[in-house]
Design a protein around this ligand. Sequence first.
Ligand code: NDP
Length: 451
Amino acid sequence: MTQQLDLFVIGGGSGGVRAARIAAGHGAKVALAEEYRYGGTCVIRGCVPKKLLVLASRLADEIGRAPDFGWTIGEPRFDWAALRAAKDRELARLEGLYREGLQRAGVRTIDSRATLEGPHTVRIAATGEKVNARRVLIATGGTPVRPDIPGAHLAITSNEIFDLSELPRRAVIEGGGYIAVEFACLLQRLGVRVTLVYRGGLILRRFDDDLRRHLDEAMRASGIDIRTGEAVASIARHGGVLRVALKSGASLDTDLVLAATGRRPNVAGLGLETAGVELDAGGAIRVQSDSRTSAPGIWAVGDVTDRIALTPVAIREGHAFADTVFGRDPWVCDHRDVPSAVFSTPEIGTVGLTEAQAREAYDCVDIYRSTFRPTANTLSSRPERMLMKIVVDRDSDRVLGVHLCGPDAAEMIQLVGIAVKMGATKRQFDQTVAVHPTAAEELVTMRSPAG
Ligand code: NDP
């Protein structure tokens, strides 16, 4: 047994890195173990590379629109290998920053898997070293799940999609959540013929229904073949083609199958049982609001706790843990009114209650809704419209939710999220002078409730 640490962090993703750096800043002696690459899902095979691909894909729209604005552009050609290489350089840069940030803060970084051997003992797999720590933070994130069907191994997940040697001509994507919808839109724009297979009736369950319908229509209009009430029954290889059998009996020939059917907490083989860390029914580490697990001395943050599986939430949970346990000002991460975005095209920004949730919880709900063509589409013949919706409690006039679908919705929702978090009323929205000409001005100029 070597060393006595104040904190051992297992997992070098967003939550773990933030917690380690802040704890070290409070004077704690900290080590962090990461078995793969620093930055975790978000930086290495999630938000960051995905956003780069989204930006690349949207250039197809810009190039298509350019002649309407007077530009003449030659025959465009897309080079996947060039984009992949540029993306890899950016990820390497970011990973380096994460590692440097930890080292600058005085955190010992260990490039190895680490497992619990008791409440205060961590074993480093690469060396066999056992480390004693007064506290342990588990921040091991999540991992994609594939449906249990014949040929499931022939499907890839979001872990593999960023490093394809070449783009397929056709793709079948299963799922109707964030990842399915984002990759359907970006792959279609990069020239892949996409079929989206979703078991439900309408994509993005749990989002506001108007948003779901608006995005569904826009995706279909962009050429994506969306099959709802449908599921993949099996996948088989026939020569160079993948044959996908659907539950309805239909069959699709394709070059790639992406299983975007959810993620599960990364807990396997961590030794949680030896330390007395309990899991919930879904296999996530059960935590209290301050991220304390059932085992004294052990905390957990981020996707492994399956509260809200978003990077900024994991970062806050990690920060709150470090401030609370090692600093002087305890606080807990507030999971209410968390703004979020889906980087589909058109993109979604959403915060607060959906119309359905508001009608459940409040007696009288007013809905303000507007759809319009963003300026960028007016000179061109593009029909896409932007949707904006505000959900208001009529009695208090408080804005309960804002839901946007269209260009820059993610940027807008970050700012509207402040107003919603502050408990702003619809009247206060109305008192705000519009910025003209913008799409966002619609948020402060909608006057008549639609329902
Ligand atoms: P989601 O939970 O968002 O979606 C999973 C989808 O798969 C759902 O449509 C679900 O259907 C469907 N599904 C689940 N199990 C099966 C099955 N056995 N057979 C067929 N379909 C199935 O997960 P994702 O994988 O898309 O993303 C994981 C999480 O990562 C997200 O929830 C989000 O928190 C985070 N994320 C955030 C992003 C962002 O902020 N922009 C981007 C990407 C991911 P049903 O609706 O019926 O349950």
